[in-house]
Design a protein around this ligand. Sequence first.
Ligand SMILES: [Zn+2]
Length: 168
Amino acid sequence: MNHKEKYQNIINELISKSFPELKNEKIKVMEFPNIFPLAESFSTKSFRNYYIFINKKCTKRNLSALKGQLVHELCHIILDYTNKGFCSSFWHLNKKNLSVAFNTKFSRKIENKTDRETIKRGYAKQRYRLALDWEKIFKKKLLNNSLYPRGYLTPEQIKSYAKKSRKW
Ligand SMILES: [Zn+2]
């Protein structure tokens, strides 16, 4: 089984367990080379398909953290999909991706909401594993100056939000 098939299987399993709204959607996984080390994954839409792009380096990720990452991406799709209904379009999602990439304030709102949704869906522990991974991979300065200001929850924030919402 290649990486793409492995991701696809995990996504199918996550959808059937926790994302009934996405049951009839086509979601494809694409890998991209590790030329943007900070960009680990993102999702987008083109016509009737959703795409989850994932950095090649993530193949080494442990299964639990990988699930946390993929659930985060599925939550991005859900939040855009349910907010925009059938008007959700290629242009909207790509405008979102550009804004997330270049506008820290916008990114903070989006990523924060997406992480909270990940926890609400019951994947706090997996998202926590991913956050611990990031603490190992990325330098402290990068985490504090780049990643966390962009709205991603720290391990402590994940745990405390999950406990507050009875999801730990
Ligand atoms: Zn995200």
